[in-house]
Design a protein around this ligand. Structure first.
Ligand code: NI
Length: 199
């Protein structure tokens, strides 16, 4: 009798321990899922900007395409042209049917100097359909915040300035939601991998 009841007690303890462990695992899972969802949800957002033809555009105009978004500025001496060349190579390596589903865009962090005309002259150096986006300082500040872009003016000795800025390529889904980031220094193949995984 005694061993029967102690066995029952042990079984009950094991059952309690198992359910507590399961509960804890579920809690950890829920927290991880929520953190992941929030991190994803917090990159990107609606924008109203002006394209290189001087036409007002919003993020909604690109629904149904993957938005490949890079922030920089046309006076950038090194990183921006290099990154845009890598993006161009990545786009050229896609099959036409894949290529047609991608809207590459370059958003300026220097709206003071990067007018629509400046953007128009610049983007054609890289890809015929690269969209160059500028806007008012407020519009640019808003889209920078949404994409967590860092950009700051660095005065030069000659009275001009350069822009210190983060260098990340964002891939947004056909629904406009964040899909992936690719480091600007990554090879073109990495960009294509991200694109193909989200077509
Ligand atoms: Ni740059």
């Amino acid at each position: 009798m005694e061993s029967e009841s102690s066995r029952r007690l042990i079984r009950r303890r094991i059952a309690i321990f198992a359910s507590l462990t399961l509960f804890a695992l579920v809690c950890v899972g829920v927290v991880l899922w929520m953190t992941g969802t929030q991190a994803r949800a917090s990159i990107g957002g609606p924008f109203a900007l002006t394209d290189q033809r001087g036409k007002p555009v919003t993020d909604a105009d690109y629904r149904g395409k993957l938005m490949l978004v890079y922030f920089g500025y046309t006076y950038c001496p090194d990183v921006c042209p290099t990154t845009l060349s890598t993006i161009a190579n990545a786009l050229n390596a896609l099959k036409p049917a894949e290529r047609a589903q991608v809207a590459p865009m370059f958003i300026t962090v220097d709206p003071e100097r990067d007018t629509a005309q400046t953007m128009a002259d610049y983007v054609t150096n890289f890809a015929p359909d690269l969209v160059g986006l500028t806007g008012t300082p407020d519009q640019i500040a808003k889209v920078e915040r949404e994409y967590h872009v860092y950009a700051a003016k660095v005065p030069a000795a000659d009275g001009s300035y350069s822009m210190d800025h983060s260098s990340i390529i964002y891939l947004m889904g056909k629904d406009g939601r964040f899909r992936a980031i690719v480091d600007a220094g990554a090879p073109a193949g990495k960009i294509d991998e991200a694109i193909r995984a989200n077509l």
